[in-house]
Design a protein around this ligand. Structure first.
Ligand SMILES: Cc1cc2nc3c(=O)[nH]c(=O)nc-3n(C[C@H](O)[C@H](O)[C@H](O)COP(=O)(O)OP(=O)(O)OC[C@H]3O[C@@H](n4cnc5c(N)ncnc54)[C@H](O)[C@@H]3O)c2cc1C
Length: 412
């Protein structure tokens, strides 16, 4: 029963095997903040499984690539963010067996659980675009979706004085999809200030029919596209990098176009980690393999002691850290209720956010729901989605502090 009654301890084959009341998979944004919230609610015997020894604040990667933040601002030792009282298992999960309520580890062995929370993020499918896996991080091909390469993108953009630079945003689910565009606007602002923008052809490839896909935000962001003379390819996707010819192959309803580039910054297609499907935790029809949770309660639809949040969960929101802030509150409420024998009544409303940095000093703070409806959350600032310096200050200066001090400690 892992298709199990709430809160009950499932039977285990080997009573000597390690067991924890709650296991959290992933020590990223979701895993750390969920564990911290559970600790604050008095839950004991929590183990967190995370193989990496460095924690990343990814929203600042866009600023690193855009030349307005240092990579050192984005990184902290994993140990320093794991909440007191939580056992850190420095290993990777290879598979979950939800029927037996155990996880298997890459380092060998298995661990049982009463309740499990999955927040392993998304995998980057470099191999799904021919030419990309072998060229990323080399020559003129970079990305800011990896911290070390964000710094590399930054240097390349800073030194560019002419030629063609291409930025691509993938079709399908993506972690903070609009983040693909942010380094571009900051670089354009820089090139404009030093007087070389006219010598650079800037190409942006997006999957939507408009630059963002939601009218209120499109109006704001399109202004930046026009201001910098960016060549916008909508309804388009990168389908190949011809490394030998340094050409990006772009597909759109109009056909195939080959764009020679001097630099390309690629955000790859993304999907849930393979082992989620192999564990039987994804819905049969979900091509991207996300954990099949009820999008409101965040509880698995078939296994009552399995929960998922963040980028790997089959929720309806646009995937972002801002969405997680609301999800972790609901998860903690519901999980503690279930542990004490009550019903899971808290509901996530599908809120998502994408702070679009459209210059080196302004941001369009796009807050929206699953159907594109506006969902402003900051009191007295319902029009925070208008391009402003205030939104930039909030995103660049305030939110990093909030993340390290309040979100990761389960206070926000
Ligand atoms: C470049 C970039 C810019 C972004 N900008 C913004 C922004 O401006 N605003 C915003 O709100 N959001 C932004 N986001 C999105 C935000 O960072 C993510 O939504 C958030 O980090 C998702 O949290 P998560 O816990 O689901 O996954 P992650 O934070 O990715 O954490 C997943 C963790 O799970 C671990 N893991 C993976 N597999 C296993 C395994 N098998 N076993 C154990 N552990 C495992 C990983 O090592 C990782 O530490 C951005 C993302 C990127 C990449």
């Amino acid at each position: 029963m892992a298709k199990a009654d709430a809160g009950s301890r499932p039977e285990r084959d080997d009573p000597q095997a390690a067991h924890h009341r709650v296991i959290v998979i992933g020590g990223g944004n979701g895993g750390i903040s969920a564990a911290a919230r559970l600790v604050r609610k008095g839950v004991t015997d929590i183990a967190l499984i995370e193989p990496r020894d460095t924690h990343e604040y990814k929203p600042l990667f866009s600023y690193v690539a855009g030349g307005t933040a240092r990579i050192s601002e984005t990184l902290r030792p994993q140990r320093s963010v794991i909440p007191d009282g939580v056992t850190w298992i420095r290993d990777a999960v290879t598979i979950v067996d939800p029927e037996r309520s155990v996880v298997h580890l890459a380092g060998g062995g298995e661990i049982g659980y009463d309740q499990i929370v999955l927040s392993p993020g998304m995998q980057k499918d470099w191999a799904s675009v021919p030419g990309l896996a072998e060229s990323i991080g080399t020559g003129d091909v970079s990305t800011h979706y990896e911290g070390d390469l964000a710094a590399r993108t930054s240097l390349r953009l800073r030194d560019l004085r002419g030629g063609t630079v291409v930025f691509t945003q993938p079709a399908g689910p993506s972690s903070c999809a609009g983040a693909a565009q942010k380094p571009m606007y900051q670089a354009c602002d820089y090139w404009q200030r030093i007087g070389v923008l006219d010598d650079i052809r800037v190409v942006l490839v997006v999957p939507e029919r408009t630059v963002f896909g939601i009218p209120a935000f499109d109006d704001e962001i399109q202004r930046a596209v026009d201001r910098y003379g960016i060549e916008l390819h909508t309804d388009s996707a990168l389908i190949e990098i011809d490394v030998a010819a340094s050409e990006a192959v772009i597909a759109s309803p109009a056909g195939i176009e080959r764009i020679p580039f001097d630099l390309i910054n690629v955000v790859p297609p993304q999907s849930a980690p393979e082992w989620i499907r192999a564990s039987g935790l994804a819905a049969a029809g979900d091509a991207d393999g996300f954990v099949e949770v009820d999008p409101e309660t965040l509880r698995h639809r078939r296994f009552a002691n399995v929960w998922a949040i963040g980028d790997a969960a089959a929720t309806e929101n646009s995937k972002s850290g801002g969405a997680l802030r609301k999800q972790t509150a609901v998860l903690a409420e519901n999980l503690t209720a279930v542990l004490s024998g009550s019903a899971a009544t808290a509901r996530y409303d599908g809120y998502g956010v994408c702070p679009m940095t459209v210059s080196r000093s302004s941001v369009v703070f796009a807050e929206f729901g699953p159907s594109g409806e506006l969902m402003p959350t900051i009191p007295f600032l319902r029009r925070m989605y208008r391009e402003s310096r205030l939104a930039w200050f909030f995103d660049r200066r305030v939110l990093p502090w909030v993340y390290w001090n309040l979100i990761l400690t389960g206070r926000a």
